[in-house]
Design a binder for this molecule. Structure first.
Ligand code: AMP
Ligand code: GLY
Length: 435
């Protein structure tokens, strides 16, 4: 099969790595891909948001199957356009991707179908929003309605923070039209869990749970980022909790989307908080998480073929394929970022990777996010998040508490691998998996 993957980050590198293991994968293109993906796929310089360019490329190159990974093209309708051109896709159509594209849509869906989530109010008028925060107890959570590159959420501890967030969103248009409407939410507490799930709109298969580390610095300090590291499975998410989430959240969401005439096919990401009152939805994403994917896909059983699973999702026969995970293993993914990340970064620094030493570690994958090859074939930094270094380890004794020994080993291996990687300004959190 001739396959096209839209996107060019660490998530797409992981997806392509596992797709490329399939005997059915004859040729893979990445649009636009990156310096690491170039080892596995042909990178084509078309941006993920250039929908017309993507469709034209797919038709001209006789693509059999397209995987659209990032949020922007999904919300903009990339799958609808590709399908209209006769191309089979993995990923939701725009009318289902709205579950991420509009937080207000998602919240109203949850309210209508009684899916547990934080209480909320919607505002399109700045004065009314400011009046509301003045009359309610803090902290409150302020969210831009639309996509904002993961930066549209502020947990406001003080009135000043709440007012600043509302003003920058609604008056100063920090997020453009994405911030014209805002949500003000009750602030929940508890451990956060990410669960990615394959679904064809009928069957839902959750993957191994994970825990993202979104703040820029150790001890959860600094700005929110796209994610600085992930562990999987999430130690707070046991078998009973998984069963409860499936019953109270996952299947009700699939059913709700069907009732609304918005069948969701692809990877649905549940961002959950395990509150004292039970699990609640913090957010949905209409796609694989980044960097969750870099920690979760390495835990897919070697007996499984990611391409077969994705094809089954697309053809609405997910129940006919086996989706197995290495439940006796754990993974730890540490993001190496550029010095200034999440602010705009200086790039173009040479990356040195001692491949022989990393190979010796045996169980480490380096997924590239912001990298590119120059004309001489040298690997350079090209973005904020540069590499996602993932180690997988097997538990010697799975216990009631899970695979804690494997997690400790995976942490240690990931941080060992990082010692063999360097570039000017390289920065990473040293506490992934410690809290
Ligand atoms: P989101 O982009 O919606 O996932 O929000 C980003 C982060 O803000 C989440 O990972 C949480 O840490 C935090 N957050 C969002 N909504 C809430 C809420 N209602 N209560 C507490 N924290 C929240
Ligand atoms: N890591 C969070 C996300 O992919 O949105």
């Amino acid at each position: 099969m001739r396959i096209m993957v839209v996107g060019g980050g660490g998530r797409e590198h992981a997806i392509i790595k596992y797709l490329s293991k399939s005997p059915k994968a004859d040729k893979i293109y990445a649009l636009p891909g990156n310096g690491g993906i170039a080892e596995l796929a042909e990178c084509v310089n078309i941006k993920a948001e250039d929908l017309d360019g993507i469709v034209k490329f797919a038709v001209n190159n006789k693509i059999d199957f397209a995987v659209v990974a990032p949020d922007d093209p999904l919300v903009m309708g990339a799958v609808d356009k590709l399908e209209a051109a006769g191309i089979k896709c993995f990923g939701p159509r725009a009318n289902a991707a709205i579950i991420e594209g509009s937080k207000i849509f998602a919240k109203n869906l949850m309210r209508k179908y009684k899916i547990p989530t934080a209480n909320f109010e919607v505002f399109s008028d700045l004065d009314k929003a400011i009046e509301y925060v003045n009359n309610h107890a803090l902290p409150l959570v302020i969210k831009a309605d639309g996509l904002a590159k993961g930066k549209g959420v502020v947990v406001a501890e003080t009135l000043q923070e709440a007012e600043d967030a509302l003003i920058s969103c609604m008056r100063d248009k920090k997020f453009g039209s994405s911030g014209e409407k805002v949500l003000i939410e009750e602030c929940l507490t508890g451990p956060e869990v990410s669960v990615l799930a394959f679904t064809d709109g009928h069957t839902l298969v959750p993957m191994v749970s994970s825990m993202d580390h979104t703040r820029a610095y150790d001890n959860n300090q600094g700005a929110n980022t796209g994610g600085m590291g992930v562990i999987a499975p999430n130690p707070h998410y046991d078998f009973n909790m998984a069963a409860r989430c499936e019953r109270e959240i996952f299947m009700p969401t699939i059913n709700a989307m069907n009732k609304e005439g918005r069948k969701f096919k692809g990877c649905l990401y549940f961002g959950l908080m395990l509150t004292p009152q039970g699990p609640k939805v913090i957010e949905y994403n209409c796609r694989f998480g980044d960097p969750e994917t870099q920690a979760v896909l390495p835990l897919l059983s070697d007996e499984c073929d990611l391409l077969e699973i994705m094809l089954a999702v697309s053809e609405e026969r997910l129940s006919s394929v086996r989706v197995l995970f290495k439940w006796d293993c754990a993974s730890c993914c540490v993001v190496m970022a550029s010095r200034e990340y999440p602010d705009s970064c200086k790039t173009g620094f040479e990356i040195n990777i001692d491949a022989a030493k990393i190979h010796e570690l045996n169980n480490v994958n380096i997924f590239h996010a912001g990298t590119k090859l120059n004309q001489d074939g040298k690997l350079l930094t090209s973005g904020g998040r540069v590499l996602a270094v993932t180690a997988v380890a097997k538990s010697k004794s799975i216990s009631q508490e899970g695979v804690g020994d494997a997690l400790a080993q995976a942490r240690s291996d990931a941080y060992n691998a990082i010692k063999y990687i360097s570039f000017d300004g390289a920065r990473y959190r040293s506490d992934i998996g410690l809290h």
